[in-house]
Design a binder for this molecule. Structure first.
Ligand code: PLP
Length: 449
């Protein structure tokens, strides 16, 4: 009897695991919080007026937008007029950099870092084509920019320094308050992309002139964000039209989005619990042979794990985890037939044999209680991928002794791309996922039981 009870309980547990989705990709986007969704829905179906309309519906929408702006301003400790609603982080970053450049045409030098999001890097590249000079700050092996380098690179004609608060891939927290102070000392504007840090890591605005935020990273809807523009900092609009948002961002206001973003201030992200789970997962991942955590452990946002596995391909691992309904990102981009290593890991000097085998886990509440399961699945797939590889890995390869220094790999018996499995596109990678995974069969059988 006891035996039967145990058996039933065992299957119950397994059944939950089989059916459960574990979403660990919160740096890509988050699920909208239920209370936020309710409020957004209320605006869309009741207070849906156009802010510019003079009738009661329009006035009500304007009131809701004003309340959202005031709530965000109160949270940040700034004036409501310093908040410009945008469509998200990409637009906020573009408006900050291009808008400032347009308003201050006499200064043509910009400083940013090599690990910024493409919406900052590509904006800077565009400005280079228009005659701007851009200096790109490097990072150390921990993923951090150097304050000395910021100071060294500032020139008389420097208009702006733009450095992100939290990196989207490795989760490293950059010393932006101190960078802001250096900028202030030299009379240079400072912008920070705070898309990955907002509501996660505290940040004082005292030394910051411009700050971009996005709603969909904090359980609010996609398509909304804001740019904080310190009073007295002059920027020009990059869109022309109806002159909304103090003439800085034309376009009918996204009232549901803005109200949703303000409502996200009430979301309980369970930061302490997620951080504790994150630390458990990191400790267990480190026990997998040839595993390496990327970036500073200390200066890291509470929910990020960037991990690389020696000699495997991150895409294959990500797709195998997808079969388990464990959703993560890779640190590298599988572009057409060419495997591109992550530019962030490359900038940190991560060895090529780790570069292509990286995963980004950006945790949320789903990880709580599932730490062992997640690590067990990762371990299993890493070992499987190594087994499938034409290369035989030596103890030395996997001991971590080669860790992060560039050029440290000492593999023989195949070119690096062969060793990495030879699959060079997502289609190719899917072979690995559909390959003989005996464990999956066991799990499927359990489901039938
Ligand atoms: N900046 C960072 C650091 C990001 O991670 C992202 C999105 O991934 C963006 C900017 C762009 O934000 P959005 O998706 O709201 O345009």
């Amino acid at each position: 009897m006891i035996c039967l009870w145990r058996l039933r309980n065992f299957y119950k547990v397994k059944l939950t695991i089989v059916n459960m989705e574990i979403y660990l990709d919160n740096a890509a986007t988050t699920k909208v919080d239920e209370k936020v969704a309710e409020i957004v829905n209320e605006i869309m179906t009741e207070d849906f007026g156009n802010v510019s309309s003079l009738h009661a519906k329009g006035r009500k929408a304007a009131e809701r937008l004003g309340e959202a702006r005031k709530r965000l301003a109160k949270y940040l400790g700034c004036d409501p007029t310093e908040i410009i609603f945008t469509s998200g982080g990409t637009e906020g970053n573009n408006l900050a950099i291009r808008g400032l450049a347009k308003a201050n045409p006499s200064k043509k030098h910009i400083i940013t870092s090599v690990i910024e999001h493409p919406c900052v890097l590509d904006t800077c590249k565009d400005l280079e084509k228009e005659g701007y000079e851009v200096d790109y700050l490097g990072i150390d092996s921990e993923g951090l920019v150097s304050l000395d380098e910021v100071e060294e690179k500032i020139r008389k004609d420097t208009l702006l320094v733009s450095v992100m608060h939290v990196n989207n891939e490795i989760g490293v927290i950059e010393p932006v308050e101190d960078i802001g102070l250096i900028c202030r000392k030299h009379g240079v504007y400072f912008h920070t992309d705070n898309v990955q840090g907002f509501l996660k890591e505290a940040l004082a605005l005292a030394s910051i002139d411009l700050m971009s935020v996005s709603g969909h990273k904090v359980c609010a809807p996609k398509g909304v964000g804001f740019l904080y523009v310190r009073d007295g900092v002059r920027i020009l609009p990059i869109l022309t039209g109806g002159g909304q948002e103090g003439n800085l961002r034309s376009g009918t206001e996204n009232v549901p989005g803005a109200v949703g973003l303000a409502a996200a201030l009430d979301v309980d992200f369970r930061i302490g619990e997620v951080r504790a789970s994150r630390d458990l997962v990191i400790e267990d991942l480190k026990k997998i042979p040839g595993a390496k955590i990327n970036g500073s452990i200390k200066e890291r946002v509470y929910n990020n794990i960037s991990v690389s596995f020696y000699g495997i391909e991150g895409e294959s691992l990500m797709l195998m985890l997808n079969e388990d309904k464990v959703y993560v990102s890779t640190g590298s981009a599988c572009a057409s037939k060419k495997l591109a290593g992550s530019y962030v890991l490359e900038a940190m000097g991560v060895d090529e044999m780790y570069l292509h085998g990286s995963l980004r886990l950006s945790l949320g509440v789903d990880v709580i209680g599932n730490e062992d399961y997640v690590v067990e699945r990762i371990r299993k797939h890493v070992l499987k991928l190594r087994e499938m590889s034409p290369f035989k890995f030596s103890e030395e390869n996997l001991s971590g002794s080669l860790n992060s220094s560039k050029g440290g790999s000492s593999l023989t018996g195949g070119s690096k791309s062969e060793i990495l499995g030879g699959s060079t596109s997502l289609e190719d990678c899917s072979d690995c996922v559909n390959g003989d995974d005996n464990d999956k069969e066991v799990v499927d059988n359990e489901k039938e039981n």
